[in-house]
Write a protein that binds this ligand. Structure first.
Ligand code: GRF
Length: 211
């Protein structure tokens, strides 16, 4: 049994590709049933279509407000049959209502060690703060931008001379391992959302997850 999963994107979709590649492997516990973008020009849409994955565009600009945009998003998700939702570079903040309907079944990836450096340009924020390590976080989505308990974090060094592009590339490579690893354990039932925490079925699994 695989868990039907939708990926929401807004742009190039490299994390989406990492998830598609992982899900194409025999025995992976999640099946990607849809890639949905809020931007018609998202590069990731072409890549998903090439991989034979059904795609949909729900253009936020085509709706008068967030309520109607999210109703259309709900329709697209319902049509796909998705049980899980992975946000992968999805650049719209979802409402508390939308998120609360899916608590524990919606996850996001962010290129910092949350709760540090939420929001835009987290790699630049890390460099400006002078930290020696950064990384990425896969977390359950709760209302509030880049909030919710972490399922998995990967640590990446900040090297002398790094600019935002260099650090972003190093973190992105870690993201491409972390997101499939997190989706695997989530779809396998190895972690669940409970009382605002990520609870692991096997206490050893949390540390074993470090990619
Ligand atoms: C990634 O760095 C992700 O962590 C952030 O947005 C970026 C999306 O990149 N949320 P891609 O579209 O997956 O290549």
């Amino acid at each position: 049994m695989t868990v039907k999963t939708a990926i929401l994107i807004s742009g190039r979709g490299s994390n989406m590709t990492a998830l598609l590649d992982a899900a194409a492997q025999p025995g992976f516990p999640a099946e990607i049933v849809a890639v949905i973008s809020n931007r018609p020009d998202a590069k990731g849409l072409e890549k998903a279509a090439e991989a034979g994955i059904p795609t949909a565009v729900v253009d936020h600009k085509a709706y008068p407000d967030k309520v109607h945009f999210e109703l259309a998003l709900e329709d697209a998700l319902a049509a796909s049959g998705a049980e899980l939702v992975c946000l992968a570079g999805f650049m719209r903040l979802l409402s508390a209502e939308f998120v609360n309907r899916r608590l524990g079944r919606i996850v996001n990836i962010h290129p910092s060690l949350l709760p540090s450096f939420k929001g835009l340009e987290p790699q630049k924020q890390a460099l400006d703060a002078g930290v020696r390590v950064s990384g990425c976080t896969v977390h359950f989505v709760t209302p509030g931008m880049d909030e919710g308990p972490s399922l998995l974090q990967a640590v990446v060094p900040v090297q002398p001379g790094d600019d935002a592009a260099a650090l972003s590339a190093r973190i992105l490579a870690a993201e491409h391992k972390a997101y499939p690893a997190a989706l695997r354990i989530l779809a396998d039932g190895g972690v669940r959302f409970e009382d605002g925490r990520a609870v692991f079925a096997d206490p050893g699994a949390e540390t074993a997850l470090f990619p």
